[in-house]
Design a protein around this ligand. Structure first.
Ligand SMILES: N[C@@H](CCC(=O)N[C@@H](CS)C(=O)NCC(=O)O)C(=O)O
Length: 226
């Protein structure tokens, strides 16, 4: 007999992109099977289901793959419509949330890479540039969503909370393994938001363990053994 709602997630434990999807599935109460991928030796299944990017996450729903984390989040929200909504119902609000999620993925996420790869003055410059983008982001979301702080969409976590939370809630690991990039003095509302997100029970359950993540970052970025 055909299963109606078989959900399988291909992911890897330290990936914020994968954690986005895990968190969304949990928030919506969707049962799923999780398959941990070894990205140094990608499985035949991953290559079959995501032949274009060959990346995780990939969600397989009743045998059909959906790739790219933001596409997956929107798919989940549209398919399981009688579960807590991730995106706002109002088209204009939805457009604004998508705008800032895209800004986050396209501008802020890539700007953390030069911080990892540089040293000394170059690193200071990279941190400064990262912070300038963060300011634009912080001021933009405060202006666009003045009523909804610290959680968008009222009490349940929304699209921006999921996307930002699953990366920034690990900031202490990044500070320990790489460099200190933000603080309550420089980024007051962002830090208040991130700290509130860190306390959400499903966020806590979903984030990777701090020590394991620090060790992974040190090894991946600097070739250091724990
Ligand atoms: N734009 C993609 C990015 C996903 C991504 O970069 N995944 C990484 C893990 S964090 C990956 O699978 N990397 C394997 C590779 O690049 O070969 C998304 O949003 O899903």
């Amino acid at each position: 007999m055909e299963k109606q709602n078989e959900v399988v997630l291909f992911g890897t434990w330290a990936s914020a992109y994968c954690k986005r999807v895990e968190l969304a599935l949990k928030l919506k109460g969707i049962p799923y099977e999780y398959v941990e991928e070894d990205l140094t030796n990608k499985s035949e299944s991953l290559l079959h289901y995501n032949p274009v990017h060959k990346k995780v996450p990939v969600l397989i729903h009743n045998g059909k793959p959906v790739a790219e984390s933001l596409v997956i989040l929107e798919y989940i929200d549209e398919h399981w419509e009688n579960t807590p909504k991730i995106l706002p119902n109002d088209p204009y609000q939805r457009a604004k949330v998508r705008f800032w999620v895209n800004f986050y993925d396209q501008k802020i996420m890539p700007s953390s890479l030069p911080i990892i790869t540089s040293r000394g003055e170059e690193r200071e410059k990279a941190i400064k540039e990262f912070n300038e983008l963060l300011k634009v982001f912080e001021e933009g979301i405060n202006k666009d969503f003045p009523e909804e702080f610290p959680f968008f969409e009222g009490k349940s976590l929304g699209y921006l909370d999921i996307v930002v939370g699953t990366t920034f809630c690990n900031y202490q690991a990044f500070h320990e393994a790489v460099a200190v990039v933000f603080s309550a003095e420089k980024n007051p509302s962002l830090m208040a938001w991130v700290n509130a997100l860190k306390d959400h029970p499903l966020m806590k359950e979903t984030l990777p363990p701090h020590d394991k993540l620090v060790a992974k970052m040190r090894k991946k970025y600097f070739g250091q053994s724990p």
